[in-house]
Design a protein around this ligand. Sequence first.
Ligand code: ADP
Ligand code: MG
Length: 566
Amino acid sequence: MIKEFINYYKPYKKLFFMDLLAALLFAICNLVYPMITRDIMNEVVPNKDLRMLVIFGFTLLFIFIIKAFLNHFMQYWGHVVGVRMQADMRSEVFTHLQKLPNSYFDNHKTGVTMSRIINDLMDISELAHHGPEDLFVSIVMFIGSFIILLNINIPLTIIIFAILPFVIIFAAKQRKRMQNAFMETRVTTGEVNATLENSIAGMKVTKSFCNEEEELNKFNHRNNIFKSARQKAYRVMADYFSGMNLFMDLLELVALVAGGYFTYLGEINLGDFAAYILYVKMFIEPIKKLINFTEQYQNGMTGFERFMEIIEEDVEKEVKNPVELKDIKGNIEINNVSFTYEDKKQVLKNLDLSIEAGKTVALVGPSGGGKTTLCNLIPRFYDFEEGDIRIDGKSVKNVSLKSLRKNIGVVQQDVFLFTGTIKENILCAKPDASDKDVIAAAKKARIHDFIESLPQGYDTYIGERGVKLSGGQKQRISICRVFLKNPPIIILDEATSALDNVTEREIQKSLEELSKDRTNLVVAHRLSTIKNADEIVVLSDSGIVERGTHSELINNGGVYSKLHVS
Ligand code: ADP
Ligand code: MG
């Protein structure tokens, strides 16, 4: 884990080492003050040497000013390094997220994933620079003050160091508890976010069922779990901090009493005693820093661990040297394909189906029969193990996912529109398209006139997920996207099912235009829309039960003819 973490320092090596250098100089500057105090008490005051006092004064002033600059450098650049690393991690995790298969998003809550990317990485920037900086300063100050303490008086130094093992044992014992507590708060933060995200997205449903109280209870339940986890973490922290601080105070107490006793015995003089107390304080400082470091480390590392869990998720599979799917005619052959969603029951079994380039095949059948699933397998939104799907003779498993998906246009029942303008939403099909192309596509999708009638035309803001548009308008925008993309293969999965009859009939005209000179796989809810298909395939739980043209199937008097009557 630490090795992976260190990798993120690489781009900022120079800055980071400068930060450490500043920390080193800062630590050394700190060691001077007690030394000068000792000299003033032991030499300057007894000798009544005012000149030296002034010199020492100015020396210290100079050192303090340098310290201020060093501090400023560490505060600013240290944090900058941390924030940049954090941003790199976010960008990496987002890139990775884009490569994850759909099944990942089926099985993970959006809110939790968001929390991992935003909240869990928050503490990383603190850890990233304070961690090594504190560790470094502490070690330098620790060793420095130890050597100087030895110079003042050896037995006294040993007395102080005898307490240290107890401190270390105590800290080590608390470490695991802290780690667990921090992990738990992260998990619960993610859950609270997920609940909140879900509740906000479903606010309209909640209102329509007057379910506000239920939702509030659900939210409060999560919120309470979060609260308890936090409280537990604070208890662990309180135990740790109070315990450690007690040890530090004891250390000072021992130093004062033992040092006082040694001075009383005449083993050391007053100046040494003062310097000794100051150095003990100085030597406590790094221990305190190490205490803080433990907290930061646990906090940061639990976040990093959750970040790494996403990074380690398997991405969509692609063969080593994938073929680019280019200039295709659009022949689709589905051979003996079987498919099961993760450890669920089998949805497709030994399915065979072929669609000649330029032809239209319609899929009908009961809900849950696997029509959408089949549509999703062609662009490889889900990976199938058994059988093969070939486009112009090339297996979809051997072609690059990008080139495969570029050649397929999908129109579904639920349209997802991004928060933004109409134009942005159309352009997602082809970001480099010209205005002319966008307008041409909109005309073909028969939505241009509507867009023009809006006060801001193509730059009209359509609200989150397009809430400011009607169902038909949203569907037209999604059709417009496919016109702009202009792929040779079209998949229409119940594209008009959610619409009323009048809108459906209008949109049907656009869809007919879209299907011209392309290979089409159409899943239809209303059979009237597929009468003209070259072949109609009836898919049910038990596989393909019937296939043929509309009139053939009607004449056969099988499942299709019954569907048609009803
Ligand atoms: P259709 O489009 O014919 O109505 P689907 O292909 O959507 O049917 O669904 C076929 C079966 O697969 C259903 O039993 C459904 O519950 C299941 N299913 C669909 N999508 C998923 C998914 N993402 N994860 C797990 N099971 C799914
Ligand atoms: Mg479906």
